[in-house]
Design a protein around this ligand. Structure first.
Ligand SMILES: [Zn+2]
Length: 613
């Protein structure tokens, strides 16, 4: 039926008459690239009918050039088709991997991560069925395109149709501006919202919004006229001190031996555990690097997510307190695009960018930070703040450690549900990357200790990572829409020098290290550890404070406040309602064993007590 010439409609005065059938064939061609995606989304109940309606209306737009330049119609459709096809692959791919609609926040996360990261990502999610699926998805529009015939009609007919289409496409804006007498800006934003579900506008609008947000953030973060914190007092002001913050990457604490994981993935940290405070109930607020760190390193949190742009950040405050600030990073920095994290690093007095590889896959192991770290420790400034940002256990895991750290290769002690060859390999590789990360973090602590400087070192990871941790749902990676404890549980360790311990006492009882804590409140813990006070300091948000108050540990996208959920209800609903008996307190059962049925995510017995102090 498609594109078949109807002999009754042709041949009058040597010119084709308008053919509705052919018109529909052209329309079908353009609608295909958004329609397939939106139809799947709608029929699987992921979202409502709005997307299909918008795809129907907005796909009309491509018919305008076809009707204005009928002689070049097929060429125009071909070029537009390739663009639409390519951009629709993003949303189709996202749907295949995550079973979700492609949203604005997903686009932000894509633009924040670099292309190397994306290719690693695709590599690890690739499945054989995707190739034939892609072939069929591509073949259908090509077949339609081949059979497209001129729509026909007089110039007047085509102009009238063009006008009608423009009216329909721009209706969201016209409705606001002309009918409801609202501002042009309101009309424009309504237009953007209507076009968002449709290829290629999801990407175009997403990029425009992202660039605006980024340059706005850059201006705010690096503004020199930012008002300093009021009432700042540093109780160590007269003492030389070196404070170190090591930020890891994608490390689920429940896969670390020091947190009770059944494999010994942290031999070095375990050996020095007497010198460490090991906090075991710390959760990232977001499962993505920038989104998590912009809260951890500032006043911002899940309820006030923009405060990093309005108030001084952690680096700002350290500078205000008289510290010389350094930022060492082994995360990739040499991309043309600036990410928000690079802007954060520019707040420091000096930066050491170590990972200049174009590809994050090249073996640029975290031990490259040792030398610049040693150099900075030797600097003569009496007050130093050094931030070390590691690539940690970011996927692809096998690129994170040298061969000497291939510790787990066998499959004998794997959880029974990790059966597929690729799953077994990745499971082992992730554990190996944690063993290497253990070596890196422990070495940094050793370096700090040997330097004999007065101060402390804190290590945490920006968020967790799920690597086939749960039997009923085999998944590797992170997904904010389907959160699991593995994606949010982060290691959080504090090492302090003897002199620092003497002068800055912390009441470290059993309870302290088992406190429920959101990494988004880290700013207050850091200032408390440093002995820095200011008006607005909240001891309730400091994990080490005597006045710590357990609050909700919220996860989810703060752009949708109604969707925020407390970790306790989400991950441990039974624990949150079970009242402890005295025998629970005495139990020494290790928390995470394969025989529990899940590797991670089971609440250790002692923490059930902790949830009800
Ligand atoms: Zn991250």
């Amino acid at each position: 039926m498609l594109g078949v010439k109807n002999p009754n409609l042709t041949g009058i005065n040597g010119q084709d008459r308008f053919s509705l059938t052919r018109f529909l064939a052209w329309f079908l061609f353009f609608f295909y690239f958004s329609g397939v995606h939106q139809t799947i989304i709608y029929s699987s109940g992921i979202a409502g009918f709005f997307g299909i309606t918008q795809a129907l209306v907005m796909s009309l737009l491509w018919l305008v050039p076809v009707m204005l330049f009928p002689a070049r119609g097929k060429l125009i459709a071909g070029i537009a088709g390739v663009v639409l096809w390519a951009s629709s692959l993003f949303s189709m791919g996202y749907l295949a991997l995550y079973h979700q609609d492609f949203s604005q926040s997903v686009i932000f996360i894509i633009f924040e991560s670099n292309w190397a990261e994306s290719s690693e990502f695709l590599h690890s999610y690739f499945a054989w069925w995707m190739l034939p699926a892609l072939a069929v998805y591509t073949l259908i529009p090509w077949l339609i395109w081949r059979r497209l015939q001129p729509i026909g009609g007089t110039p007047v007919t085509r102009l009238l149709l063009t006008f009608t289409i423009c009216l329909a496409v721009c209706w969201p804006m016209l409705d606001r501006v002309i009918i409801n007498k609202e501002s042009l800006a309101n009309g424009f934003s309504e237009q953007v919202n209507s076009m968002e579900p449709v290829a290629p506008w999801q990407l175009v609008m997403g990029y425009v919004k992202y660039s605006q947000a980024l340059s706005n953030a850059e201006n705010r973060l690096l503004a020199s006229d930012k008002p300093p914190l009021e009432g700042l007092v540093d109780s160590n002001a007269d003492t030389p001190s070196t404070l170190v913050l090591v930020i890891g990457e994608s490390t689920n604490s429940r896969r670390m031996g020091i947190y009770g994981y059944y494999r010994d993935t942290t031999p070095r940290l375990a050996a020095m555990s007497d010198d460490l405070l090991v906090f075991d109930q710390v959760y990232a607020s977001r499962p993505y690097t920038v989104e998590s760190l912009e809260q951890a390193l500032s006043f911002a949190d899940q309820l006030q997510p923009k405060l990093h742009l309005e108030k001084p950040t952690l680096v700002d405050v350290m500078k205000q307190a008289g510290y010389r600030t350094y930022w060492i990073t082994n995360q990739q920095t040499q991309t043309q695009r600036n990410t928000l994290l690079t802007t954060f690093s520019k707040q420091a007095d000096e930066q050491v960018y170590l990972n200049n590889n174009r590809s994050q896959n090249s073996a640029q192991y975290d031990e490259v930070v040792f030398r610049p770290f040693a150099d900075l420790l030797n600097r003569s400034e009496s007050k130093k703040f050094i931030l070390v940002h590691l690539i940690g256990t970011h996927r692809a895991y096998r690129y994170r450690y040298p061969d000497t750290f291939k510790i787990f290769n066998d499959n004998e002690d794997l959880p029974p549900w990790v059966r597929k060859k690729r799953h077994r390999r990745e499971y082992n590789e992730f554990d190996n990357s944690i063993v290497y990360n253990d070596f890196v973090v422990a070495s940094l602590i050793e370096q700090m200790k040997k330097s004999g400087q007065n101060g402390y070192l804190v290590y945490f990871a920006d968020h967790g990572e799920e690597v086939y941790d749960y039997p009923n749902r085999l998944f590797a990676g992170r997904n904010e829409a389907a959160p699991t404890p593995a994606m949010y549980s982060v290691p959080f360790l504090v090492w302090r020098s003897e002199s620092w311990k003497r002068n800055n006492r912390i009441d470290v009882s059993y309870d302290t290290t088992h406190r429920m804590y959101s990494l988004s409140d880290f700013f207050h813990t850091w200032m408390d550890l440093a002995g820095i006070r200011f008006s607005g300091f909240d001891p309730g948000k400091s994990i080490i404070s005597r006045r710590y108050t357990p609050g909700p540990v919220l996860i989810g996208n703060p752009a949708k406040p109604e969707a925020l959920v407390d970790v306790r209800q989400k991950f441990f609903p039974t624990a949150a309602t079970t009242l402890p008996g005295p025998e629970v307190l005495r139990s020494s059962t290790p928390g995470y064993r394969p025989e529990y049925g899940v590797v991670t995510g089971t609440v250790p017995v002692r923490d059930r007590w902790m949830l009800h102090p």
